[in-house]
Design a protein around this ligand. Structure first.
Ligand code: HAM
Length: 452
């Protein structure tokens, strides 16, 4: 029956299922990058005393409305929000800081020695227009320091990001954009000044800016519409409203960065797209494309704990986009070590050989030898073809004769040579051939677990 006939008779071909736009599988090759980045992040986090936290992917929408700010792009346009069966508004987390602060409050972390230093490696969701480097589901690693205010902590965050990028071989691809947007008090004064400046000029503003003028005038400063850009150039500058304390804080941040030899560019236009920031803000920009696709960013958020119902508690943190990092690593030609290589392929013929193969495969794997067994029903020729595909250096071959004689054949795949070995000697022989240094000896069972 042709497709047309099928359609006429109402037999529909099932629609080809694909991931939704902007949402991607992570295939094994890219997982090698993810695994490597996670390793570097975990390593640097542990060295600096951070502990890992995972907050749920799904939270009450109110958490993000209150923390990120109702007039931000993220909350206005980009959240995956839906009603659950109980009629509550739920949202897939668009960023990590709000959930971490909620957890800090919910679990009484104020009682712990301060500051509390946490990190996460998690997927996040934003309904943005998908394009290269901008996805609807993306991975971030992020660090948060809650419970202490000191410019040295802000610098520690910036420096940690820099170190991680150095480990990944991409640090020299970015500039660090730095600004101080002041305390909430100075920001309030600045907001008032901005509203006063823009009132009376509404006709020159775009629709978006008109809507935001009274709610979030700071956002008018980074509008890309031509007339709005001109007005923003002439608008009052935050400099005039920065308090003495803000300036001192900022100066110290810069001094500490200098001390560590970290280069930065002061950028008074940098405000970041989330409302919870105070004082220091920064972004890591691609030297070529600038702020369009920052690879990481962060800042101080001294008001957020209080905003979510806690006592006034200072905090600072940052997050970086893992897909963007991977794009940079690939662009710079940086490969990552792969541990997915297979050392040994076990080929067998007949049930008796399969019975012997199963414990042998187990014994090899326990020794740290990456072993794949052809446990299907393929012919010996088909199995050897498969061994070639896995690109293994050695294949173990067992047929009825070998089972009867208690031996096994070790075939050197590159030389095409083979030899018979006694079954009880084969594990030791393989370990010798693969080399102790190449064994994957991590075994959860050997690590001393504690039991209370
Ligand atoms: P953010 O600047 O919104 O900050 O995101 C941090 C990083 O996540 C960005 O620099 C970018 O690399 C990546 N990213 C964001 N959106 C996307 C997307 N649609 N596709 C791919 N990558 C993306 C935050 O999220 C704050 N929570 C950071 C922070 C932590 N501030 C204080 N603590």
């Amino acid at each position: 029956m042709t497709d047309e006939n099928k359609a006429e008779e109402g037999v529909q071909k099932p629609r080809k299922l694909q991931t939704p736009p902007g949402i991607h599988d992570i295939l094994p090759k890219d997982h090698e990058y993810h695994t490597f980045i996670k390793k570097v992040v975990r390593h640097r986090a542990r060295q600096a005393g951070f502990r890992r936290i995972s907050t749920p992917i799904l939270e009450f929408t109110e958490l993000f409305d209150r923390s990120i700010g109702e007039d931000t792009d993220i909350v206005e346009k980009e959240m995956y929000t839906f009603e659950d069966k109980g009629g509550r508004s739920m949202t897939l987390k668009p960023e990590g800081t709000a959930g971490v602060v909620r957890a800090y409050l919910q679990h009484g972390m104020k009682q712990l020695p301060q500051p509390v230093e946490l990190y996460y490696i998690e997927p996040h969701f934003r309904y943005d227009r998908p394009q290269k480097g901008r996805y609807r589901m993306f991975w971030q690693f992020g660090f948060e320091i809650i419970g202490e205010s000191d410019p040295a902590l802000d610098v520690q965050c910036i420096f940690l990001t820099h170190k991680i990028f150095q480990d990944l071989g991409i640090a020299d691809r970015f500039t660090i954009q730095l600004n101080n947007i002041g305390s909430s008090k100075s920001r309030e004064k600045y907001r008032e000044a901005l509203v006063n400046y823009y009132v009376g000029k509404e006709r020159s503003l775009c629709e978006n800016c008109n809507a935001r003028l009274h709610k979030n005038p700071l956002r008018l400063l980074d509008c890309k519409e031509e007339d709005c850009v001109i007005l923003a150039e002439l608008a009052p500058k935050f400099e005039q409203f920065r308090s003495k304390e803000d300036t001192e804080f900022h100066t110290k941040v810069k001094e500490f960065l200098d001390e560590l030899g970290v280069k930065y560019e002061e950028n008074e236009k940098l405000v970041r797209g989330l409302d919870y920031y105070t004082q220091t803000v920064w972004e890591f920009w691609d030297k070529e494309t600038g702020g369009q696709k920052a690879v990481g960013g962060g800042g101080r958020f001294d008001g957020l704990v209080e905003l979510l119902g806690g006592e006034p508690t200072p905090a600072v943190g940052f997050a970086c986009g893992m897909e963007r990092i991977i794009l940079h690593m690939k662009d710079a030609g940086i490969g990552v070590p792969s541990k997915d290589n297979v050392h040994i392929f076990v080929a067998q013929l007949g049930d008796a050989a399969k019975k012997k193969a199963l414990p042998l495969i187990d014994a090899l794997r326990d020794k740290g030898v990456h072993t794949v067994g052809a446990l299907g029903k393929g012919s010996m020729k088909a199995q050897l073809r498969l061994a070639d595909k896995f690109n293994v250096p050695y294949t173990l071959i067992m047929g009825i004769t070998e089972v009867r004689e208690g031996t096994i054949i070790i075939r050197d795949m590159s030389k095409g040579q083979q030899k018979h070995v006694k079954m009880e000697k084969v594990v030791g022989e393989v370990v010798k051939l693969i080399g102790k240094d190449n064994l994957d000896t991590y075994s959860p069972g050997e690590i001393s677990l504690t039991k209370s």
